[in-house]
Design a protein around this ligand. Structure first.
Ligand code: VTB
Length: 325
């Protein structure tokens, strides 16, 4: 175990940048092409190739889908050289496929890595989510409180009024009520088309992103990835799987979820030492997108580790462009 920890900390944190860089570059070549599937596929291929070069004995626990529906990076796929620590991997080679297909802001290549057994094995269902950035007393926000109660608590703690806050919400018909409540409370809203991993992470640096709080229902896999990121950079997040049919309850149960109504804290969704990396595919509030220069490619990546809270931004200039497919 001690060896595991040691290995997780240093080498892998930086190594992860190569994995997300490769996926981001591959997807970036298809920006704006209107083909979500193709962009996703090239990102998956590139990420898988790089992952298999890492000195880890890895298992994909949040991936592209169940084995029968996803030929690559499916849940349960073993990746890495096997010559290293046993780790769980959550990944999304292209988070925000539609954003990439339209070349709009904030699509990312994302990965999180943790010691085996540390990530929530979430089925591909929805998850109700709420998140804020760091520096607030634990328990300030709560999924079971109304948007106006959460906004009032956050405004008080921030020393401002609700009208000075901005909430990020996925632009979906299912959010009509939440959006109405947030607006009624006088809070500004940043509606996003996709990409709620980025949406949650935006709450960490409100002075840069303009986002103070994230509300709403998005993908559960994206919820675990966002929780992994917040574990590293700080903040608070809660999530609850939306298991609204017996079939979904059963799927979740098979993955180890005993209580279908459980409210997860981010520390339960991503436990122990967690590493997280994301590279920008399209330009975003947090990361620049890939830029293709003359004989070189520029990437922008953030890598983080929960044990130390170190956050590194890596702006890379790749002159050997042949290494990217
Ligand atoms: C969100 C968003 C993702 O899925 O999690 C969303 O962050 C939820 O699903 O980028 P719906 O699109 O059904 O609302 C994505 O859009 C990825 O599919």
């Amino acid at each position: 175990m001690a060896e595991n920890k040691k290995a997780l900390d240093r080498i892998l944190t930086l190594e992860l940048a190569r994995v997300t860089e490769a996926a981001a570059v591959a997807a970036a070549r298809l920006r704006g092409q209107g083909d979500e599937k193709a962009a996703d596929q090239v990102a998956v291929d590139a990420m898988r190739t790089e992952l298999n070069r890492l000195p880890i004995d890895g298992t994909v626990v949040i991936g592209e889908g169940e084995r029968d529906e996803a030929p690559m990076l499916y849940i349960g796929e073993e990746v890495g050289t096997k010559n290293g620590p046993k780790v769980d991997i959550a990944l999304d080679p292209l988070e925000g496929t539609t954003i990439c297909a339209k070349n709009q802001p904030n699509s990312l290549a994302v990965i999180a890595l943790a010691e085996g057994g540390s990530l929530l094995y979430a089925p591909d269902v929805y998850m109700d989510k709420i998140a804020i950035g760091p520096g607030y007393e634990p328990g300030l926000i709560d999924l079971d409180k109304s948007p106006s109660e959460n906004l009032a608590a956050l405004a008080k703690a921030k020393g401002c009024e609700v009208k000075d806050l901005t909430a990020c919400v996925l632009d979906r018909p299912r959010h009509a009520k939440i959006i109405e409540d947030i607006r009624a409370a006088g809070c500004a809203i940043y509606l996003i088309g996709d990409g709620d991993v980025a949406g949650v992470i935006h709450t960490v640096t409100p002075e840069e992103t303009g986002v103070d709080i994230y509300f709403g229902t998005g993908g559960a896999p994206e919820g675990v990835l966002a929780a992994a990121a917040l574990r590293c950079i700080g903040g608070q997040m809660q999530g609850r799987l939306v298991l609204d049919t017996p079939e979904k309850v059963e799927r979740a149960r098979k993955m180890g979820v005993e209580d279908p109504n459980k409210k997860y804290d981010m520390n339960e969704m991503a436990k122990g030492d967690v590493l997280f990396a994301a590279s920008g595919v399209t330009d975003g509030n947090m990361l620049d997108g890939v830029k293709f220069g003359r004989g070189e490619i520029h990437t922008h990546t953030v890598v983080m580790r929960s044990a130390t809270g170190t956050v590194r931004e890596i702006k890379a200039r790749h002159q050997d462009t042949s290494k990217f497919s």
